[in-house]
Write a protein that binds this ligand. Sequence first.
Ligand code: HEC
Ligand code: HEC
Length: 538
Amino acid sequence: MLRILAIGCLLGAGVVHLVITPYHYAHAPAHGLFFGLLGIVQVVWAGVFWRWPTSALRVGGLTLSGGVVVLWVLTQMVAIPFADQPEPIDWSLIASKALELAGFVTLVLGNSLACQPIVRAGGVGLGVGVLMWGGGLGGAVLFPQYGHTSHDHTGHDHRNHDHSAESAYADVDLAEETYDWQLPEGFPLPAVPDDNPMTEEKVELGRFLFYDQRLSANQTQSCSACHFQEIAFTDAKAQSVGSTGESHLRNSPTLTNVAYNATLTWSSPTLTELERQLLVPVFGEFPHELGVSGHEDEVLQRFIDDPMYQERFAQAFPDEDDPVTWSNLVKVLASFSRALISGNAPYDQYVYGGDKSALSPSAIRGLNLFLSEELECHHCHNGFNFTNSTRHRNTTFKNTPFENTGLYNIDGTGAYPRGNTGLHEITGDPEDMGRFRPPTLRNIELTGPYMHDGSIETLEDVIRFYEDGGRNITSGPHAGDGRLNPNKSGFVPGFVLTDQERADIIEFLESLTDEQFITDPRFSDPFVVESEAHTPDR
Ligand code: HEC
Ligand code: HEC
């Protein structure tokens, strides 16, 4: 009886695998070949075991059921060979895994209820599963052409690759995503939470709210008060000032490509979703930004009372009766923030657009210096967004780096100024003192002053800071030699540049300025006509 059950299970799993083979072959040949072979072997095993249920065949069956389940678990939890992300869970997956698991259990039971054979069977399954997975990963390195198209553009050799952003759509259910990203060449699709798919209506509504001062309790500030489009959504201040006049300890970061940041804000390891991060400027009290806390109903009522917003919310959330809610408001602000994608700088025209005149000889020399092992910049500022803190829709390995660049070393203890100690504020770990997220360098020319506290004025000073391998502050409350900070990254050793080389690097960094992004009407203030747009006081 148990034998018949085991045969049925593996036969079923084999047939499912054969059915899905062509589909998988089409999007990753290695997967198709694997499923085809597995299906055939499972079916053949069922046929043979029917006649001669020997112990060798029993071990084979355990391998073909347990091993495959172990293999699947590894691909879900660690990495999937020949692809960027785990297979979506669908009927075929549930059916084949359930059948295999049932087959495995039946085979173990059929053997004997004694403990030893069960342990041995588990060992066989586990061992074979791990072997298949390891072999798959190795194979994926040797035969990349059998894999899924990869979109992980890390490292600096991306000029030689074929970039097709469209093919990233392959596995994702985009039925609800009606927004046209207009992604630049070489950019993967940003990750978007399931419960807030991108639509044109949400992005446009988010744009209105982003620029609407009624969003702050005292109606003096909008998001754009600290994130001005013409300077890549920063505010030109060393440290931002909130709607109640309270100063922030942090520099307003650029919102350039914020959709791709692996973590949000300068140093939080836990804020990874815009929907959660945006609660900070809206409701945060330490310091107050928009200062809505305690005025929630009053502020929301302003939008409920405005027919323009009533209509836009209804269009953005057509299934809801009362769509003007805080939750929806935050969702559309997140959608608008995600839409702020910049990838049409002279650098991109040179690298992706094939326009060899887009960069001056000086900028090209600067690019090569930037990529050099001597300067080490690319260890932290790499990939299409010039930061290693990057994630997108096909990211498998989550990387959330924070680095200490030697800005401070108060009293030689490694300390950073109070209240602004980076990752350490969250973890409390002394080794995390002064560790911040490496920011994107796109539009960097526009976003000074620099660093998390705006403590470096110009790009030239930033380069000189890296030349010195940190900052030596000789007097005042922050005195201390940052170059000797015990937590400083090994990739900030210091180096020597000629004046020309320094100028070259700056010229390269300036080639990351995207004029189209900072003038794009899709991202501009919808409340003013062009000529009277407000400007930051620099
Ligand atoms: C008072 C100035 C101020 C206002 C108003 C403000 N921000 Fe910010 N924003 C900042 C500062 C400063 C940070 C960095 C915070 C930190 O690192 O702790 C930041 C961070 C962000 C980030 C994270 C960026 C990144 O790279 O991780 C996003 C997104 C953002 N703001 C969007 C908004 C939106 C949307 C609004 C309106 C709801 C808004 N901000 C209002 C100053 C402001
Ligand atoms: C070890 C990682 C690391 C290396 C190497 C590195 N950076 Fe940075 N970079 C960072 C971090 C982290 C910050 C933010 C530090 C802070 O605010 O305290 C930063 C900030 C910057 C900024 C200011 C960004 C802003 O928005 O304020 C610029 C410009 C910059 N780096 C350029 C470079 C250049 C050029 C090189 C090579 C000479 C380089 N970086 C090497 C990690 C690194």
